[in-house]
Design a protein around this ligand. Structure first.
Ligand code: ZN
Length: 297
């Protein structure tokens, strides 16, 4: 069932909130499609029940499987055009790229699961920059969690903000939230802190009228993780050692997916610290190890 937010803007609440905009002239756009065929079916059913067909546009905020996994089903059954930013589109069209980049080589079978590898689907239009989405929806670049993640602002002042921030409960559960790039993620959080909208709808968790506290909590966590890694690098560590230390210190239970997401998250912090000249890498006994740059306080 569609849940009303404001004006012509609705959403389908779930493990991944799916945004819905109903055009004044009839038909609908959706923001993301959920994990799989089942979520695609749920979208279609909800639109039919609301007399909101045809589905005219699908905007994917980013390429993670839980956001674009319903595309294939919806593309089979509707004429909807699918929109995504170019780099995200490359992964949506070639889902093998996700486990490939996470593992840094050919992914072993356990990594090729539906949470890390959606069914392949088509992207018809690239979101090259701000305001390139299907009218009257406005695309708002929110890079960080994914390199070219976007949010979608509807004419009703509702911003669907994808995975730009995570709820306090998620931050507590995982400690190390997945951000592919730290500096853009921090800039995105800054942007959201002053962004003018009536409602902010994250893909996971509750919608809010005031994202200030949750945005601040995400910023604090990102900074704390960078500082944690920098402190650990008083001693030399490989990236894998750092994952093990952080998991141990913070009691993170690692499974296969979590391990590779954590490794990628730590890689993002290392890149951020290296860009700032705070850490350096070298080779020792055939291992790539990181250490705090000399002269760093
Ligand atoms: Zn995501």
């Amino acid at each position: 069932m569609l849940t009303h937010i404001q004006g012509r803007t609705y959403y389908l609440p779930g493990p991944v909130n799916i945004g819905v905009y109903l055009y004044p002239e009839g038909g609908a756009a959706v923001i993301d499609t959920g994990l799989d065929d089942e979520s695609g079916r749920r979208v279609l059913k909800a639109l039919r029940a609301a007399d909101a067909l045809p589905l005219r546009n699908i905007v994917n905020t980013h390429s993670h499987a839980d956001h674009c996994g319903g595309n294939a089903f919806l593309q089979k059954r509707t004429e909807a055009l699918t929109w995504a930013a170019p780099l995200e589109a490359a992964v949506i069209e070639n889902p093998y790229l996700e486990p490939l980049y996470l593992s840094g080589g050919d992914p072993f079978p356990a990594l090729k699961n539906k949470f890390l590898m959606a069914k392949p689907s088509r992207v018809d239009r690239h979101l090259e920059s701000e305001n390139t989405g299907p009218e009257p929806l406005r695309v708002v670049p929110l890079p960080g969690h994914a390199p070219e993640q976007v949010g979608v602002l509807t004419p009703d002042a509702v911003l669907f903000c994808a995975d730009a921030f995570f709820s306090g409960a998620t931050l507590d559960k995982y400690y190390l939230p997945y951000f592919a790039r730290v500096q853009p993620a921090l800039a995105t959080l800054e942007k959201l802190a002053t962004f003018e909208a009536d409602f902010f709808v994250p893909s996971h968790g509750e919608l809010t009228t005031d994202p200030g506290p949750v945005v601040a909590a995400n910023k604090t966590r990102l900074t704390a993780v960078s500082e944690h890694i920098l402190a650990l690098l008083a001693e030399p560590h490989s990236r894998e050692d750092l994952v093990a230390r952080i998991a141990g210190d913070k009691g993170i239970a690692l499974n296969t997916d979590q391990y590779f997401l954590s490794t990628a998250a730590v890689a993002a912090h290392l890149a951020y610290l290296a860009e700032g000249g705070l850490v350096r890498h070298r080779f020792e006994g055939g291992r790539l190890i990181w250490q705090r740059a000399t002269g760093t306080p």
